[in-house]
Design a binder for this molecule. Structure first.
Ligand code: SAH
Length: 352
């Protein structure tokens, strides 16, 4: 097994059968795997960890994904939308805390028309020309993505969720398809966005073969960022009684991603911190190099409930910032703010 890890470190790739062995190996390989993924990470990024301030702009969603707590079929959830002014307030707080990237994420909410989104994006862009604007608003038409880009957005996060059509259909209703989601990702690339994709680890019906297919899809797409986290149940979804994904497999996959995509920006996600109190620290040690503190107004945080027991829903933005700073330090790394946040890391070519 160590030979496989060495090969992965040296060649940035493995055969499908080798990936399967590694993904299904017992925990005894992890120490060695994480030592090499951390080595690779430090060769490229040193001990730097980048901050992305997350603003959850709406929990309205027209989709009905079986895993997600903000699905339109969840009638128990109180819905909210931030106004443009709310969002600009979040950015101001974030800017003062040292954030230079703002990520606007939300359900697919038609209330945010392209015109309104563009107005918001260009206001942020004008006020904070030194900041990067990232969007995570789901599947849109090419024209919409282009309009957001023209308004000043430069990054887009859209997890593939699963690259396998059959698996995709088990997680979503018939109006959605893996094919369309992939098309969106290639459209974003074509426009010139820096693209983030990813999967939930341990989503219902996921097989090792599915994960390998996901990795192959990522190699084709060549994303700048790859976000993964364990699948976590939400009581008011059709998957309420499914099993949560595992911390161990998520960490192992972070390490594999670091070795397959040495230059990728890999967040240590909130879902990882939710499944285990030290999950995010462990993620950083396995190869992750980004954290995404929450900047949403505290009064709405609990309502952006993708899954149960989501952490960081009680704190103010400043507390989140301090807490993460400590966690990053505990793990042995350092947060980088201002310069370097959005420039240095993003121009690196990907290595195949
Ligand atoms: N509407 C946007 C943003 C979705 S929320 C979009 O479609 O991209 C961001 C991510 O949270 C999703 O891509 C999904 O991978 C993750 N997520 C949703 N529900 C989850 C759950 N129950 N457990 C873990 N992750 C979940």
């Amino acid at each position: 097994m160590k030979n496989l890890v060495d090969k992965l470190y040296e060649t940035h790739n493995l055969e499908d059968s080798e990936l399967k062995l590694l993904l299904e190996a017992d925990g005894s390989i992890d120490e060695y795997l994480f030592s090499l993924s951390d080595k690779r990470r430090q060769e490229i990024y040193g001990k730097d960890v980048y901050l992305r301030g997350l603003i959850e702009i709406t929990n309205y969603c027209k989709n009905n994904c079986y895993y997600c707590g903000i699905r339109c079929g969840n009638t128990k959830l109180e819905r909210y939308r931030l106004t443009k002014e709310d969002i600009l307030d979040c950015c101001e707080q974030g800017y003062n805390l040292g954030y230079r990237t703002f990520v606007m994420q939300g359900g697919e909410d038609p209330f945010f028309t392209d015109d309104y989104m563009c107005e918001i994006i260009s206001s942020i862009h004008t006020k904070y020309p030194d900041c990067a604007i990232t969007l995570s608003l789901g599947e849109k038409e090419m024209e919409s993505y282009q309009a957001y880009y023209n308004a000043g957005a430069r990054r887009y996060l859209l997890r593939q969720e699963t690259a396998n059509e059959e698996h995709y259909r088990k997680l979503h209703n018939a109006s959605m398809s893996s094919e369309h989601r992939k098309k969106c990702l290639f459209n974003l690339k074509e426009i010139g966005y820096q693209v983030g994709t990813g999967i939930m680890v341990g989503s219902p019906y996921q097989t090792t073969e599915n994960i390998i297919e996901d990795l192959r899809f990522m190699q084709k797409l060549n994303p700048e960022m790859i976000g993964i986290g364990p699948f976590l149940t939400h009581p008011d979804t059709p998957f309420a009684s499914e099993k949560n994904g595992s911390l161990e497999l998520t960490l192992r996959l972070i390490a594999i991603l670091r070795l397959l995509f040495p230059y990728a920006l890999i967040p240590s996600t909130t879902a990882l911190g939710t499944i285990s109190p030290m999950g995010r620290e462990k993620g950083l040690k396995a190869g992750a190099n980004v954290v995404m503190p929450n900047l949403s107004p505290t009064r709405f945080r609990k309502l952006y409930s993708l899954y149960e027991n989501k952490i960081c829903t009680g704190e103010e933005a400043a507390e989140c910032r301090q807490c993460l700073e400590k966690r990053v330090q505990t793990a042995g790394y350092q947060i980088v703010t201002a310069v370097g946040d959005c420039i240095r890391s993003d121009v690196k070519p990907s290595v195949k």
